[in-house]
Design a protein around this ligand. Sequence first.
Ligand code: SF4
Ligand code: SF4
Length: 153
Amino acid sequence: MESIKNYFIAFWKGLWSLLVGMKVTGKEFVTPKVTEKYPENRATLKIADRFRATLTLKYDADGNHKCVACGICQMNCPNHTIQIVSKKVTDEAGNTKRVLDDYIYDLGSCVFCQLCVTSCPHGALEFSNDFEQAVFTRSKLVKHLNRKPESSN
Ligand code: SF4
Ligand code: SF4
């Protein structure tokens, strides 16, 4: 008699456990899906504004950036990802100043720490959330940020 009693106790425990599991499964059936169907949803895909995909120079409406080639971002980068190349130019008044010649950024070695952005005294940098950065050759990850986006490589 005791064994029959134990049998039914174990049976109901097992059934209860099954129902609890099915409750969780049933809840997931009606929960809205969070997975994205990429790349089919490329046109409507919304990437978070704060997502750090690649470093860029900020350009104003006239296509100018604010970088003065001081090199502070390069010094603060822990991964030697940035290389600032500057040159001297002389204006019509005869004044010589140093300007940015090439802003070289290697996306392949960037750790997205954002130290460059926060250390720039001119607010010249920002991260773009353009996440489609896959290329077939590593050299194409080296970007020249002071070129206009349409002519950057
Ligand atoms: S991006 Fe900013 S910190 Fe870097 S060289 Fe230009 S002005 Fe200096
Ligand atoms: S995010 Fe960090 S690793 Fe990347 S370029 Fe800036 S300072 Fe260097």
